[in-house]
Design a protein around this ligand. Structure first.
Ligand SMILES: Nc1ncnc2c1ncn2[C@@H]1O[C@H](COP(=O)(O)OP(=O)(O)O)[C@@H](O)[C@H]1O
Ligand SMILES: [Mg+2]
Length: 402
C-alpha cells in the first residue's frame, strides 16, 4: 500500500501531495519559489515553524522533521543522500544558531560518541560545520523508538524485572564509557531511548553533550559552572564539590532512574515542590532519607536501590561493573518472585503512590542547568555567618547572665 501525504515549503507554504512506496523513505521535491529548499511533511500540530526544515546541510543531509530539542541544540530526522539516489534516514543534532560560541564544546560530543562502540550507545556517523548556513552539526544513527521519559509517562511505572533489565543496559554502556574515562553527567529518562529490535527492547544512551573525561577538570568548572539536571544529580555536587568527575556521579543518576522506573516517582523530593538547584541544595543539606519503596518490591531490590542512591558517595555502588554484578545477583535470587509477580500482574499499590504525589510535587525537573559554583560558595558563606551570629548571641547571653 502506498503512503499518501502532504509536503510543503516552510518558507512560502507551497504544497503538493506525494505518494511513497512501502520501501521508500522520502521523495525529493524542491520548492519552485525557493529552489534551495526541499518540501517537507506538513505537520498541522506544529504551530511554530522551524525554518531550518528543508535545508540541505553540507549538500549531504536534508532536514525533514524535528525529533527533539534541548537548551542548546535541536535534533532532526534527516535524510542522508548517497550515490545512486540512496536515501538513508539519520538523526542530525544542530547547535542553535544563537549559541555558535559553544561550537567547540558541542563538537566534543561528536568526539566522545565516535569513541564509543557499545550497542547501547547512539552511533556516531559524521559531524561538521556547514559554511553556507553557518551551522554546526553531528550526524547519528536514527533510533526508531521513544524516549524512556515518554514510556514512563505512558506506563507510570515499570515492573521491577523490566526495570532491572533496562538498567543493566545503561550499565553496559557506562562500563565502556567509564573504562575510557568518559563520565556522562546528565543521565535521565529523556536522554535514554528504547528501540524494539527482533522483538526485544534495546536501550540506547544519548546526549553526551556535557560528558567529560574524568581525568580533567572540565572547562565549565574552570569557569565556575557545573552542568546537570538537579533531580538526577549526585548530592555531593550540591555540597563541597571539588570539581572532580567520577563514575559515582553517573551511578547515582542510574539509581534514581531505577527507583523512578519502579515507583513512578523520585526518591528525593523537595518539600517546596520545587525542582530548582536551590531546592535540592537545601534538601541535601538536611541529609534526607529516600522515600519508602512500595512493599511489593523485594528486599534484595530495595537494598540494591538504596546502595545506588546513597547520599554518601563512599557508601554508594562504586563502579558500573559492581552495579551489574549486584544486579545479576538480585535477578538470580529474586527471579522466581519477580516472575510470579509479573504473572499475577501484581501492580504496585496505586493509592499509595497517588497520595505521595499529591503531597509532593509531581513535576520532575528535566532541564539541564548550569550551576554557578559561586552560588554554593555564597550559600556556604551565609551558613557560616548565621552560625557565627548565633554563637556570638549565645556567648553574649551567657556573659550577661553570669
Ligand atoms: N539518534 C536519535 N534518534 C532519534 N531521536 C533522537 C536521537 N537523538 C536525539 N533524539 C531525540 O532528540 C531529543 C534531544 O536529543 P539530545 O541529544 O538529548 O539533545 P539535547 O542535548 O538538546 O538535550 C531526545 O530526547 C530524543 O527525543
Ligand atoms: Mg538531552
Amino acid at each position: 500500500m502506498k503512503d499518501c501525504f502532504k509536503v510543503h515549503c516552510v518558507i512560502c507554504d507551497h504544497q503538493i501531495q506525494i505518494e511513497l512506496e512501502p520501501d521508500e523513505h522520502f521523495q525529493i521535491h524542491h520548492c519552485p519559489q525557493h529552489p534551495d529548499r526541499v518540501l517537507v511533511p506538513f505537520n498541522e500540530n506544529r504551530n511554530n515553524r522551524d525554518y531550518l526544515l528543508g535545508i540541505d546541510l553540507d549538500q549531504k543531509y536534508l532536514l525533514i522533521d524535528v525529533l527533539g530539542k534541548g537548551q542548546f541544540a535541536k535534533v532532526y530526522y534527516a535524510i542522508q543522500k548517497g550515490a545512486f539516489q540512496l536515501m538513508k534516514p539519520v538523526a542530525v543534532k544542530v547547535l542553535n544558531e544563537d549559541r555558535q560560541e559553544l561550537e567547540k564544546l558541542f563538537l566534543d560530543e561528536a568526539k566522545i560518541i565516535a569513541k564509543l562502540k557499545s550497542e547501547h550507545i547512539v552511533k556516531y556517523i559524521d559531524s561538521g560545520r556547514d559554511e553556507k548556513h553557518k551551522l554546526c552539526y553531528i550526524v547519528m544513527s536514527l533510533i526508531e523508538g521513544e524516549t524512556l521519559s515518554k514510556a514512563l509517562k505512558r506506563e507510570s511505572q515499570f515492573h521491577a524485572a523490566d526495570a532491572l533489565h533496562l538498567i543493566d543496559q545503561i550499565l553496559i554502556a557506562l562500563e565502556e564509557a567509564h573504562e575510557l574515562g568518559i563520565i556522562h553527567r546528565d543521565l535521565k529518562p529523556s536522554n535514554l531511548m528504547l528501540e524494539i529490535q527482533d522483538g526485544k527492547t534495546v536501550l540506547k544512551v544519548l546526549d553526551f553533550g556535557v560528558a567529560r573525561p574524568n581525568a580533567n577538570r572540565q572547562r565549565e568548572e574552570t569557569q565556575g559552572m557545573i552542568p546537570g539536571t538537579p533531580a538526577y544529580m549526585a548530592p555531593e555536587l550540591f555540597k563541597q564539590y571539588d570539581g572532580s568527575v567520577h563514575p559515582r556521579l553517573d551511578l547515582f543518576s542510574v539509581g534514581v532512574i531505577l527507583y523512578q522506573l519502579i515507583c513512578g516517582y523520585l526518591p528525593y523530593q523537595c518539600e517546596e515542590g520545587s525542582d530548582s538547584i536551590i531546592a535540592y541544595y537545601r534538601l541535601y543539606h538536611k541529609k534526607p532519607k529516600p522515600l519508602p519503596l512500595p512493599k511489593t518490591v523485594g528486599g534484595h531490590v530495595q537494598q540494591l536501590i538504596h546502595q545506588a542512591i546513597h547520599i554518601d558517595p563512599k557508601k554508594r555502588i562504586q563502579s558500573a561493573k559492581q552495579f551489574r554484578q549486584m544486579l545479576a545477583e538480585v535477578l538470580k535470587v529474586e527471579m522466581d518472585q519477580l516472575h510470579l509477580q509479573r504473572l499475577a500482574q501484581d501492580r504496585i499499590d496505586h493509592q499509595e503512590i497517588t497520595k505521595k504525589e499529591d503531597d509532593l510535587s509531581p513535576n520532575v525537573g528535566d532541564e539541564l542547568l548550569l550551576v554557578n559554583e559561586t552560588f554554593f560558595s555564597k550559600q556556604r558563606l551565609i551558613w557560616l555567618m548565621t552560625a557565627g551570629l548565633i554563637g556570638a548571641l549565645i556567648g553574649l547571653g551567657a556573659h550577661f547572665l553570669s
